[in-house]
Design a protein around this ligand. Structure first.
Ligand SMILES: [Zn+2]
Length: 425
């Protein structure tokens, strides 16, 4: 009897408890649906705002932003869905509101995300799409840099009469460092005592410790503004630095360099080569350019000087792939910076107007080597070759393949090209 009564009491108590709880839960869910509405609205509004902000920035900034957008959108969509499921028992009106709000928000999110994703995919996935090696900015950029280096235009109030004196070389290298910085590089000086090289690094987009180096000497002989020899090579080097910023897939690092005191016996490039060895930089090839602004026969020929290993074939292959038609001629010319690198054990090549072929400036090391004598179309034509060869070389696998061929061939190449070399130019 007692036990039964106790059980009955317990059952009645449980029934009352359940009833009380269900009332309370109705109240709570009624209140809660208001909360849930304001929460889910607040969340999705907040997400939408921050997304649209990030997206519009992210178009120019890059890939990581747009990825995190997609994740946070997916999360907030999932949350909103499970909330509206819980509500559906109690309040059908507020559910309908919530759903329609959520749908509208998620639709606009999806559209903007899809657009961003599509752009991102085409940027990163297709490494074969190289930027135009003759970009729209190139001609004006080259004229401006040439004008500054040759005193045609002032650099901070100074019109350079030469790039021979200590003061003028200082002005020139400061201008080059500033120009690199304006492009977004972190320029460095390599001070070796009697002079200073300027260099900057464009890091690979893949994990790599390998470097390819491109450079030209910025100094000149005395008594001339040294437009052809070698403001032209300096302009091409800076143009490459700018162009490579648009190459999205880079399998190795690039070092951009401006050498000092080439005219005093390859002092800058020799010091740089020795320094790179001391610092254990893994430089897989060195490309230098000297005198590239004369083309009286208008054939756009580029001389390829002492190309180590398979570098000549590589230049020819790249030119063919890029649809570039200027003739490339191998020569044994030396007397300039690539010689210093080769002497220090690096795989190297030099680029020049037709020095060996005879179509070279008559203003060589003379006061008449001025801005007015520069063949800008020819200089630009060669720049498209340099741009494309480097973009091509940076594609996944290309530089490594080239390095393997050069490593096995270099000793033979050095023997073939042993001096004596022509005078320093
Ligand atoms: Zn020179």
């Amino acid at each position: 009897m007692n036990t039964k009564r106790v059980i009955v009491y317990i059952l009645i108590f449980i029934a009352l408890f359940i009833l009380a709880c269900s009332n309370e839960s109705v109240n709570n869910s009624a209140n809660g649906s208001g909360d849930a509405d304001s929460d889910s609205d607040g969340d999705s509004d907040g997400d939408t705002d921050s997304d649209s902000d990030t997206d519009s920035d992210g178009d120019s900034d890059g890939d990581t932003d747009s990825d995190s957008d997609t994740d946070s959108d997916g999360d907030s969509d999932g949350d909103t869905d499970s909330d509206s499921d819980t509500d559906s028992d109690t309040d059908s009106d507020s559910d309908t509101d919530t759903d329609s709000d959520t749908d509208t928000d998620s639709d606009s999110d999806t559209e903007s995300d899809t657009a961003t994703d599509t752009a991102t995919d085409s940027d990163t996935d297709n490494c074969d799409d190289l930027p135009d090696p003759d970009p729209p900015w190139l001609a004006d950029f080259q004229k401006e840099i040439m004008a500054k280096l040759t005193g045609e235009e002032a650099i901070n109030g100074v019109n350079l009469s030469d790039r021979y004196s200590s003061a003028n070389r200082e002005t020139a290298r400061k201008f080059l460092a500033d120009s690199l910085e304006e492009l977004g590089y972190d320029p460095q000086y390599h001070d070796y005592g009697s002079g200073k090289n300027v260099y900057a690094i464009l890091e690979a987009t893949e994990d790599s410790d390998a470097y390819i180096l491109f450079g030209g000497h910025y100094d000149g002989v005395s008594g001339t503004t040294a437009a052809n020899d070698n403001a032209s090579g300096t302009v091409i080097t800076l143009s490459l630095a700018r162009y490579l910023l648009d190459v999205n897939c880079r399998s190795v690092n690039v070092m951009i360099a401006f050498f000092d005191e080439e005219e005093r016996g390859l002092l800058g490039s020799d010091a740089m080569a020795k320094w790179l060895k001391t610092e254990n930089y893994n430089v897989i090839s060195v490309h230098t350019v000297d005198m590239m602004a004369w083309d009286s026969d208008e054939d756009r020929t580029v001389e390829i000087e002492q190309p180590d290993g398979d570098l000549l074939n590589f230049y020819m292959d790249a030119a063919a792939v890029g649809g570039l038609t200027m003739p490339l001629v191998e020569t044994s010319s030396g007397g300039t910076d690539h010689v210093a690198f080769r002497k220090n054990g690096y795989t190297a090549v030099g680029l020049c107007e037709e020095w060996a072929g005879g179509d070279t400036t008559p203003h060589y090391h003379s006061s008449s080597d001025t801005y007015d004598t520069v063949h800008f179309e020819y200089m630009k034509s060669t720049t498209t070759l340099v741009n494309y060869v480097f973009a091509y070389q940076l594609q996944p696998g290309k530089a490594a393949e080239l390095m393997a061929e050069n490593m096995t061939y270099q000793t033979e190449a050095q023997q073939v090209h042993q001096g004596p070399y022509p005078n320093v130019r």
